[in-house]
Design a protein around this ligand. Structure first.
Ligand code: NAD
Length: 258
């Protein structure tokens, strides 16, 4: 096999992407489709699922909230087998000093970000063992290696994912299952615009000033694109990535601080 062939996932790989109907999940799902994988996505937004399905008729789209165990039970009840689980779902959560945050908002951030990954992995584990070449990619964030003032629930969820990933890599490695986390930096797009808007409001500065502050903390002085994150996911599922496990890999232009 040539070096270039080693960098492509095997065609026919069975891949599940959570929160795959839009944003990073849609980019990751689209990249795996292009690589010839059999892709299933879930999302809680039926409208977004319909739009995604119209653009990708080969993808199996299913409505599920990853934080709801009954939804996740139903999602996996319809799966025959699985080679790759991509736990992408996560929400930004509330912004503000910790003593002003609502308990329900904190709980929801942890439920979607961390519990959602436990719920899917519990179901995926036997399928990935049966696969013989199973892999899990958990989407964390650079907030999962740097502290993030005013976004404590999000940062706690993303650090939790890194701990889950490191532990599972040890637990599942002997079964041939690789487990890695991807830590995106700020990604160009509507979600990041919302994050910057909320943070600007919390600190009483303009959107433009807050955006400039974000960029000044990134060594390359630019945000990443969804395609950067999707490319790493593909690489991790190729033969070239076959001996990478237990890692928390940033795709972020080197975010120095948050
Ligand atoms: P997004 O906010 O654009 O949402 C993508 C999709 O997630 C939407 O279709 C939404 O319906 C779905 N979703 C939300 N909650 C869900 C749930 N409980 N169950 C199923 N689907 C759900 O998200 P994004 O910006 O694409 O981020 C994807 C992942 O990447 C998240 O884990 C996020 O924390 C992480 N991340 C994003 C950025 C960024 O700048 N966008 C940076 C670092 C990490």
């Amino acid at each position: 096999m040539s070096y270039l062939e080693r960098m492509r996932p095997t065609p026919g790989l069975r891949v599940l992407v959570t929160a795959g109907a839009s944003g990073l999940g849609a980019a990751i799902a689209g990249a795996f489709c292009e690589a010839g994988a059999q892709v299933v996505i879930c999302d809680l937004d039926q409208r977004a699922l319909d739009l995604f399905a119209a653009a990708h008729p080969d993808v199996d789209v299913r409505c599920a909230d990853v934080s709801d165990s009954a939804d996740v039970d139903r999602l996996f009840a319809g799966l025959d087998g699985l080679d790759v689980l991509i736990n992408n779902a996560g929400i930004a959560g509330p912004t503000g000093p910790i003593d002003t945050l609502q308990i329900d908002d904190i709980r929801r951030t942890l439920d979607v970000g961390v519990m959602g990954q436990f719920l899917t992995i519990r179901h995926a584990a036997p399928l990935l063992r049966a696969s013989g070449a199973g892999a899990i990619i958990n989407v964390s964030s650079v907030a999962g290696r740097l502290g993030y003032a005013m976004r404590t629930p999000y940062a706690a969820a993303k650090w939790g994912i890194v701990g889950l990933t490191a532990s599972l890599a040890k637990e599942m490695g002997p079964d041939g299952i690789r487990v890695n986390a991807i830590l995106p930096g700020p990604v160009r797009g509507p979600r990041m615009e919302g994050v910057i808007r909320d943070r600007a409001a919390a600190q009483g500065v303009t959107f433009e000033a807050m955006e400039a502050e974000y960029l000044s903390n990134i060594s390359l002085r630019r945000m990443v694109g969804p395609e950067d994150v999707a490319s790493l996911a593909l690489f991790l599922c190729s033969a070239a990535g076959g001996n990478i496990s237990g890692q928390a890999i940033s795709v972020c232009g080197n975010v120095e601080t948050l």
